[in-house]
Ligand binder design. Structure first.
Ligand code: PLP
Length: 383
């Protein structure tokens, strides 16, 4: 994104077209007012000191209750470790569980932190390609990649960057593999409240979320990662959690003590409000994103040379392109320069993203309309 910074500097020139930012996964809505108010009240009430390293007891309890409510699985406060965002929930358990020589299986394309956390733990990365609609692993490739050395299988449904939602039978197959080879499943559920199409999967009006932890024998081997960034538009607050067996939670706590220390106490109180207060903002946001998704996917499929499956969740589109002699990075650079639209090359998410671009549709519909029109014009000019 150095190119973006340079372009934005040059764009300061009068009359330059504004760069439309479709590259980041930052919700376009404000944090609900009730959550902000709770934080302000907490600061004014003196909640500004160190908090407990695993998280404030009130928040750990609220998370456990939320997990019971949404996943239907009996979690308790002692299963939960709160951290500054969901990212530590990925990183710290990997450090706690994996040694050099252990293998970690994760989706390709996938969230870049999965490769980084393997590198930090000295574990061997085993990226497994997704099938062409981006919804799930290529299951034959997954079966071929999991073996006695596998310490952890990472799943991410709905997923970044494809927006894919794994079919239940594939989740069940992952559970079978994890039990057969006695390994952990890290289930990154940060987009779990953003499923658009399938009411059964937890979309629409209810809060029910299908999670691998609910399958027989899986709670004991699931590292469930979730947080507030996407569901409650709280990316900058840095608040998330991991839920796992208590013995692992203790290890993650130790890593927290000596790394981040704790999360700000007033932020955690805002988190309690987010989970326990009225949830209507979540549905309103999801309804709006669904409209944006439908617009963006139709507009992309209307561009010659571009093809985009309908993502069932999250807030990303992951179109493929069919243009000769151009890499994903070159295409993203060209669109930034010519259309002044920022998006990401699929290769930022792994080698399997090479014929793809990723764009997020969190922005206003008017900006998305403008972006799609600019992309179409620029591509028609060059290809
Ligand atoms: N997991 C996935 C798949 C994500 O896309 C993100 C953020 O974009 C995260 C985890 C990290 O979330 P947080 O901002 O809460 O650390």
């Amino acid at each position: 994104m150095r190119a973006l910074a340079a372009l934005e500097r040059r764009s300061d020139a009068k009359g330059a077209k504004r760069v439309l930012r479709l590259e980041i996964g930052q919700p376009g809505f404000a944090t609900p007012a009730r959550v902000c108010d709770a934080a302000v009240r907490a600061i004014e009430g003196g909640e500004t000191k160190y908090a407990a390293p695993s998280g404030a007891p009130r928040l750990r309890e609220a998370v456990a209750e939320y997990l019971v409510r949404t996943r239907g699985v009996a979690y308790e406060a002692e299963n939960v470790v709160v951290g500054p965002g969901a990212k530590p929930g990925l990183f710290l358990p990997t450090l706690a569980c994996c040694d050099p020589g252990d293998e970690v299986v994760y989706p390709d394309p996938g969230f870049p932190t999965y490769a980084a956390m393997c590198a930090a733990a000295g574990a061997t990365p085993r990226p497994v390609p997704l099938r062409s609609d981006g919804a799930s692993f290529d299951m034959a490739a997954l079966e071929a990649s999991v073996n006695e050395k596998t310490k952890m299988i990472v799943i991410n449904s709905p997923g970044n960057p494809t927006g894919g939602v794994m079919p239940r039978e594939d989740v069940a197959a992952v559970a079978r593999l994890a039990k057969k080879f006695n390994c952990w499943v890290m289930s990154d559920e940060i987009y779990s409240r953003l499923i658009y199409d399938d009411e059964e999967e937890g979309g629409e009006n209810d809060e029910k979320i299908f999670s691998i932890c609910a399958l027989d024998g899986m709670k004991e081997r699931t590292i469930l990662v979730d947080g507030f960034s996407k569901t409650y538009c709280m990316t900058g607050w840095r608040l998330g959690w991991v839920a796992c067996p208590k013995h692992l939670a203790e290890k993650i706590k130790l890593l927290t003590v000596h790394s981040v220390g704790c999360v700000a106490a007033f932020t955690q109180i805002a988190g309690v409000e987010a989970l326990t207060g009225p949830q209507d903002s979540v549905k309103a946001m999801r309804d709006e994103y669904r409209v944006r998704r439908d617009f963006v996917v139709d507009a992309l499929n209307d561009i010659p040379g571009i093809s985009c499956p309908v993502p069932k969740g999250a807030f990303y589109a992951f179109p493929s392109f069919d243009f000769p002699d151009v890499t994903a990075q070159e295409l993203a650079d060209y669109l930034l320069e010519d259309a002044r639209v920022a998006l990401l090359p699929g290769t930022d998410f792994g080698a399997a993203g090479e014929r793809h671009l990723r764009l997020s549709y969190v922005g206003e519909l008017s900006d998305l309309r403008e972006a799609m029109a600019r992309i179409k014009t620029s591509l028609a000019k060059r290809f």
